[in-house]
Design a protein. Structure first.
Lengths: 136, 75, 210
């Protein structure tokens, strides 16, 4: 396990957590205002990030071959469920960690929920075969 | 829909072929194409790697489509 | 020191650049798409993941992999009664077929470091923006909507997030940034759906509860 891999994970994890916090994604009020379009700052941040990512990926990552993501029912259904949870809790799997770092202790409940939901899905996948097709 | 044969073959190659770490090894120029003609380009649902990934489990790079786990040569 | 940068409410362009640099930089460096929900998946099944890492460690060496593959393929073909043309026995096998490489699995410990550093990043940001404090009550906006049911909303919302992100195979980073950045149809669909349902429910909650 190389120092490069650990180091890169550390640097980018720090950068992501730091950025998400400063953008304001850890604050339920900001997220709620994003979703109700009361304040467009977070909407523009996310939209701008996607646009810049498109440019960045087109230019920079030719060296690697990544997993394709075809459109499928699980993408849509899972997406809808995730969005409902985000609206209720104000968090996504990354943001919840930022919230805990910011000292929002109640995010511990959200984290417990996310871990439980992840585990529950594993059960459902083995039982019912649902879920987006991943690659080997 | 054909009347013969109990099983309908997938009409396209395995969707994982662009990201499977073993697929690039199965080149058509070598006897290793055996795997492609038996699994990837044919009935990929038989492939142990595909089946394991469908269960959401991690797929070891040394798992063959036949379900065999490759072992290292004794030195 | 430019205090504007540290005030916890970055202008949209700064946030956009920071998120994009993170997502693209991560992928370019590690050969894997940034996606946090996938890490949770791996951690929940840590034992299986670590066993798989152990199992395949020796085969990360391409020479070992090719050698074992040739040997095992011959054995399998013999078992199945398939003839091997002698002239193909020595044919070179090259994964240096033109095109990008497939990156090996990122070690689970590395991904755990990533999650921990996200936590640290949040703490650092808070410390720089106004000092670290603990907040044991829900955010005011959350309490305003849910009142005494706030903890339940957090817990249940979390379960939906965990379940939904795994069903969709990604979250805001995996689908939203990396997937949409690569214009992947599944990611565009998932992102539209999670954003759409987030908007819909939030508007309903604002109407009904506020």
């Amino acid at each position: 396990m190389s120092a490069r891999v650990i180091g890169a994970n550390a640097v980018f994890g720090l950068l992501l957590g730091f950025s998400l916090s400063h953008i304001g994604f850890g604050d339920f009020g900001e997220v709620h205002r994003m979703f109700t379009f009361a304040d467009l700052r977070l909407v523009l941040t996310f939209g701008g990030a996607v646009a810049l990512c498109a440019a960045g990926f087109a230019l920079v990552t030719r060296r690697w071959r990544f997993v394709p993501r075809p459109a499928q029912a699980a993408s849509a259904v899972g997406g809808v469920v995730f969005g409902l949870g985000w609206a209720l809790s104000g968090a996504c799997p990354g943001i919840v960690l930022v919230q805990l770092g910011e000292g929002r202790l109640m995010a511990g409940l959200t984290l417990g929920g996310i871990i439980s939901g992840t585990w529950l899905f594993g059960l459902a996948q083995r039982r019912f075969g649902i879920g987006a097709v991943e690659s080997c | 829909m054909s009347a013969d044969g109990p099983k309908k073959m997938p009409s396209q190659p395995c969707p994982h072929s662009t990201s499977c770490p073993l697929y690039p090894q199965f080149t058509m120029a070598s006897f290793l194409r055996y795997w492609r003609t038996s699994y990837c380009d044919a009935d990929y649902t038989r492939c142990a790697r595909f089946r394991l990934s469908q269960e959401g489990k991690p797929v070891p790079v040394n798992l063959l489509p036949s379900g065999n786990l490759m072992k290292l040569s004794p030195k | 020191m430019n205090l504007e940068v540290l005030n916890g409410r970055w202008p949209f362009w700064l946030g956009a650049v920071a998120l994009a640099v993170t997502a693209v930089g991560y992928a370019a460096t590690l050969g894997r798409l940034l996606g946090v929900s996938g890490i949770y998946e791996r951690l929940v099944h840590a034992r299986a993941e670590l066993a798989t890492e152990r199992e395949e460690r020796a085969f990360l060496d391409r020479v070992a992999l090719e050698e074992a593959l040739r040997r095992e393929t011959l054995a399998e073909m013999e078992k199945q009664g398939v003839q091997v043309p002698p002239e193909e026995m020595a044919a070179p096998v090259s994964t240096a077929v033109a095109g990008p490489a497939i990156a090996p699995r990122v070690p689970l410990w590395g991904q755990l470091v990533f999650l921990v550093m996200m936590f640290v990043g949040g703490a650092l940001a808070k410390a720089l923006a106004g000092g670290l404090t603990f907040q044991s009550q829900p955010d005011p906006a959350h309490a305003h909507l849910f009142g005494r049911a706030a903890p339940l909303a957090l817990l249940f919302g979390g379960v939906l997030v965990g379940f939904g992100t795994r069903m969709a195979g990604g979250c805001t980073s995996g689908h939203g940034l990396s997937g949409c950045g690569r214009l992947q149809p599944g990611s565009l669909l998932a992102t539209a759906c999670f954003f759409g349902s987030g908007v819909a429910l939030s508007m309903v909650l604002a109407r009904v509860l506020a």
